[in-house]
Design a protein around this ligand. Structure first.
Ligand code: LCS
Length: 394
């Protein structure tokens, strides 16, 4: 089946990704095999030489993985997907592919902790320097570009502050300096934000989150538009080996079928909870892109189709009040990760961003008092009831 590129996101979620029609299967089958038999030695040699198309070995390509790659690429409006073993494997592959000794990276300061430490520990060791800037401040992005800047890496909204960067303007700055713009679109999913339409060159996802949506898979995806970039990145991924496996590809592809529907409920629930929190006497501050009080509300309105399911807030009682609240939730669960059907609550400073120094956290405005809530698709009144009973213990 071939799909038109202008299919609506709701229909694309159901149908994107080619299905093997040997038996008329409606869903892409799971090819749980590590390797593929050659017809004869000439066939094997031709596949390796690239003169024949086909499958050789699952680390190189597998039909189930490819179906998931096509689905995400189509939803993002990109041309090629590369399925990875985790979001971090995807980010690492992008860095290994695009960076050389002596290069410089400008990266959002509010990014998932391990993205920050991957640059400051592993890549710094190979003489690749990174500058972490508040990428919502375009002057700061411009000011920190150097002749050797090869990549601008933007996570928007940023984890966990939900700071929003103007992707279109960041793309303009990156391109004017001969750098590529990479956007981590994990928090929004392609349903709410399509970075390629805003000028991004590479889009990356932790599919562990909204794309899969059911907290039962760890996986990542890189999406690119350019064929040459895809081919050279595929070689790198094959060499570094951080590929997704067929079964996880199947699960993510299955999860994607309900992505548009789930995002609608994530947004509706989170919007209601953000308003409830903002009105609450024990809450000091709420960060949510759908609230007019969000510092980049105008940019959010421009580049998002919905405000998303993530809320970060600070309680008036600081970290102690936050701990009491997190230790008393019943319907929400105290756990890291996000983007699943279940609501999860966690403490960034001691959990997802504990790998940063306190100084780096402060620079990125990640305060000790911040609590992060990933709003699931449960009944919103029951979620509010749960948050209320947990806050009554403060
Ligand atoms: N990018 C973002 C924005 C993330 O939030 C995460 C994980 C990753 C990349 C890495 O993806 P993974 O390798 O885990 O698939 N974020 C997590 C978080 O906030 N809590 O636990 C994991």
């Amino acid at each position: 089946m071939s799909l038109s590129d202008n299919l609506s996101p709701e229909s694309a979620c159901i149908h994107a990704g080619e299905v093997d029609d040997q038996f008329g299967a409606v869903v892409a089958p799971i090819y749980q095999t590590s390797t593929f038999r050659f017809r004869d030695t000439d066939h094997g040699a031709a596949l390796f030489a690239g003169t024949d198309e086909g499958y050789i070995y699952t680390r190189m390509l597998n039909p189930t993985i490819q179906a998931c790659e096509k689905a995400v690429a189509m939803l993002e409006g990109g041309a090629y997907g590369l399925g990875c073993a985790s979001g971090m494997a995807a980010i690492n592959t992008i860095f290994v592919h695009g960076l050389h000794a002596g290069d410089h990276v400008v990266c959002s300061d509010s990014v998932y902790g391990p993205t920050h430490t991957l640059l400051t520990t592993i890549f710094a060791k190979w003489n690749i320097e990174s500058t972490f800037v508040d990428t919502s401040n375009l002057d700061a992005v411009e000011r920190n570009m150097r002749p050797e800047t090869r990549m601008v890496f933007v996570e928007s909204p940023g984890n966990p502050t939900l700071v929003i960067s103007d992707i279109e303007r960041c793309a303009d700055i990156a391109h004017a300096h001969g750098a590529v713009l990479v956007v981590d679109n994990t928090f929004m999913s392609p349903i709410l934000q399509q970075p390629f339409t805003l000028g991004a060159d590479i889009v990356v996802h932790s599919m562990t989150k909204f794309l899969n949506g059911h907290a039962d898979v760890v996986a990542g995806m890189i999406v690119v538009k350019d064929k040459e970039m895809y081919q050279s990145m595929r070689k790198i991924l094959n060499q570094v080996g951080g590929v997704i496996d067929p079964f996880n590809s199947f699960l993510v592809h299955r999860g994607i079928k309900t992505l548009a529907l789930r995002m609608e409920r994530h947004c509706a629930n989170a919007a209601k909870i953000a308003e409830y929190l903002e009105r609450h006497e024990k809450v000091a501050r709420v960060f949510y892109p759908g609230l007019p009080s969000h510092p980049q509300y105008v940019v959010a309105q421009k580049q998002h189709k919905g405000p998303g399911g993530m809320i970060t807030f600070e309680l008036k009682g600081g970290i102690e009040a936050g701990k009491t609240m997190m230790n008393n939730v019943r319907l929400c669960q105290l756990a890291v990760s996000l983007g699943g059907v279940e609501s999860l609550i966690q403490h960034p400073a001691s959990m997802t961003h504990a790998c940063l120094t306190k100084e780096d956290r402060e620079k990125a405005h990640i305060t000790d008092g911040m609590v992060r809530l990933s709003v699931g698709i449960e009944n919103v009144d029951e979620l509010i009831e749960d948050l209320e009973q947990a806050m009554s213990k403060i």
